[in-house]
Ligand binder design. Structure first.
Ligand SMILES: Nc1ncnc2c1ncn2[C@@H]1O[C@H](COP(=O)(O)OP(=O)(O)OP(=O)(O)O)[C@@H](O)[C@H]1O
Length: 607
């Protein structure tokens, strides 16, 4: 999702207007002056110049291990659309190591308190400012961190670095190679044993609950892993239950690579297919026609890596993978990254049913309905839908007709979450505070269940829709809580930067290799939030720092105050400002959810 950076309206002196608006801001930030013609600042979305596709040969050097954007002079050169460097810099191999509570990182120290607000500004000034803000398009996008990044799997204990590898399956292979004592050697086919074989082993979640799991072999290492279980369940879906699994795995081209001697040849694409319940890629028509007639497909949004299409009641996000063709100026994501994303979204899916951790549940994280691998040129109906959208909205992405026959994609079939916060019109203060409480409660639940941190909760990654419901149930650490919705339903998307502890693996993106993420305009709330996250984590992105979730709540309060207009009184605004101040003190959304601001929005319930 592309995110505008706030800049000043025409005719306004940047210094005086912004100082009025942000005078109450605790950081006393100043908006950068970006004068338009004649020295006047302007609002409009920057439409980047259309240029041809980036020739990789003209790109910059690739740093070993970390992936580096080769986009130079292309459409995606601006920091806001791309992180120049994003990479899987390390994989911690943790054979047979149970999850243990995280040790505090040695580099972590107490931070000096942030400066407190000094000046209050008047409601009237703000109101006129909001009106102006809404009257103009925004000049420049805020950083939409590149998804060229790759997931990093880490673990806090007994780790060592293995570059370029991602999945638990790979780690299993490595662990075998390195003979790290996980008991008798198992073949991959055994990892994927039938459920009947899995008995009695317990799955430890970060929140400490013990779950019945399905492993009777090497339980400490193997069968606890989400990805493996998912691969397994997909194999079962493929009706391989009654076959000799060794044979089944061979069919999936995994067995031939799972011997110790051949571990290096392990094929993440094949594993991705297995996770998607496929033995070979599908084509677009087959996937989309499950949801609607191809002629009814409508493009509804775009990101740097994904094109989002509405198909029936669902949204299909199409992400090209593994190809050499640069897409939107970026290197395509790799299969192994998508494997990790699959694990992450499946893990969050479990919160919907209170699986894995019966103490924590919510439905705010977008539901991943299905994942499919497709291959081929872009379907003609998708091209039609893409062009329709381009005509109306002016796409910043490359035209998809460029994709070659052999191009592969992952299609995420997602619940339709509605409109993003950037374009959604909030009606009143009740809706605004329901937005905040739903986001805070969801983050608190995911923190409690999986030490989850979203790390990129800008207004493009919050979707809103309306329905008839008045209450939404959350379960936080065993307590059922009803949240007042005022008919608003929030969904959180895009977990690319997120950190999660699945109970076995820690998935995170190492943002220390993304210098541009932290170089956004001074004063821009989103850019400032990345910088604050860096401060909080001290660039140790593997660690658990739930404070980052609180920073995004602060960002959202700012967005509500500064960028969204809805019916509100000066008292409402004072409440938002004082919430923002108090948020500073919380170390997690689990704490923040008990702030008085949320008190009358939460109703404890028996179920
Ligand atoms: N489940 C969904 N429901 C409704 N709209 C969606 C959904 N998923 C994505 N979209 C739309 O598509 C846009 C792009 O999706 P998303 O942000 O996930 O792509 P991306 O490639 O990861 O973006 P970027 O890398 O630029 O952040 C979203 O901003 C939203 O408008």
């Amino acid at each position: 999702m592309h995110n505008p950076v706030l800049v000043l309206p025409p005719g306004r002196s940047s210094a005086d207007l912004w100082s009025e608006i942000v005078a109450g801001d605790e950081e006393q930030e100043r908006l950068p002056q970006q004068p338009g013609p004649g020295g006047q600042a302007i609002y409009r979305r920057r439409k980047q110049e259309k240029v041809g596709k980036q020739n990789a040969a003209t790109g910059k050097s690739v740093v070993h291990v970390a992936r580096v954007s080769l986009a130079a002079n292309g459409k995606r050169v601006s920091w806001n659309r791309s992180l120049s460097t994003r990479g899987r810099t390390s994989i911690a191999v943790t054979a047979c190591v149970h999850h243990r509570p995280e040790q505090k990182h040695a580099r972590r120290k107490a931070k000096p308190p942030l400066p407190k607000a000094k000046v209050m500004h008047s409601f009237e000034k703000e109101r006129s400012y909001f009106q102006e803000v809404d009257a103009f398009e925004l000049l420049e996008e805020s950083p939409s961190p590149k998804k060229s990044g790759t997931w990093v799997v880490g673990n806090q204990t007994d780790s060592f670095v293995i570059p370029h590898l991602s999945s638990r399956l790979e780690k299993w292979l490595i662990s075998k190679k390195l003979n790290h004592g996980c008991g008798p050697s198992s073949t991959l086919s055994k990892i994927l044993e039938t459920p009947a074989m899995f008995s009695g082993a317990k799955l430890e979640t970060p929140s400490g609950s013990l779950l019945q799991n399905n492993s009777s072999m090497c339980p400490s290492l193997i069968c606890k892993n989400d990805l493996e279980r998912h691969v397994h369940s997909q194999l079962i879906k493929l009706e391989l239950k009654d076959e000799d699994l060794e044979e089944a795995v061979r069919k999936l081209s995994l067995a031939s690579t799972c011997d110790t001697s051949e571990g290096d040849n392990w094929n993440p694409f094949t594993a991705l297919l297995a996770v998607c319940g496929q033995t070979a890629p599908s084509n677009f028509v087959d996937v989309f026609s499950k949801f609607c007639a191809p002629s009814d497909i409508i493009k509804i949004g775009e990101g740097t890596f994904g094109e989002a299409f509405k198909a029936g009641n669902y949204v299909c996000k199409v992400v090209p993978i593994d190809g050499d063709l640069r897409v939107n100026g970026e290197v395509q994501k790799r299969s192994e990254e998508l494997l990790e994303e699959a694990v992450l979204s499946q893990t969050l899916n479990r919160l919907r049913e209170g699986k894995d951790d019966a103490c924590n549940a919510c439905t705010t994280f977008i539901q991943t309905i299905d994942l499919k691998v497709c291959q081929g040129t872009y379907d003609v109906e998708l091209i039609r839908a893409w062009e329709d959208w381009d005509e109306k909205n002016g796409s910043e992405n490359d035209h998809p007709k460029e994709f070659p026959e052999k191009q592969c994609y992952v299609v995420f079939v997602l619940e339709h979450g509605g409109k993003d916060l950037e374009s959604f019109v909030l009606l009143n203060f009740d809706e605004a505070r329901s937005l905040l409480v739903q986001v805070a409660a969801a983050l608190a639940v995911a923190e409690a269940a999986y030490e989850f941190e979203h790390r990129d909760l800008h207004w493009g990654n919050i979707l809103l829709s309306r329905n008839d419901s008045r209450m939404l149930n959350f379960m936080l650490e065993g307590k059922h809580v009803n949240v007042k919705t005022f008919g608003l339903c929030i969904s959180i998307i895009d977990f690319t930067l997120s950190r999660i502890n699945t109970g076995q693996d820690i998935l995170f993106l190492d943002l220390s290799s993304d210098p541009y993420l932290f170089k956004g305009p001074k004063g821009d709330k989103q850019s400032e939030t990345y910088r604050k996250m860096k401060e909080v984590t001290e660039d140790y992105w593997e660690g658990s720092f739930p404070k980052t979730n609180v920073l995004w709540l602060v960002y959202l309060v700012d967005i509500l105050l500064l960028k969204k207009s809805f019916e509100r009184s000066s008292k409402d605004e004072r409440e938002l400002r004082s919430l923002k101040k108090r948020l500073d003190k919380y170390g997690s959304t689990k704490e923040a959810i008990f702030d008085p601001f949320f008190a009358d929005l939460l109703v404890e319930s028996a179920v």
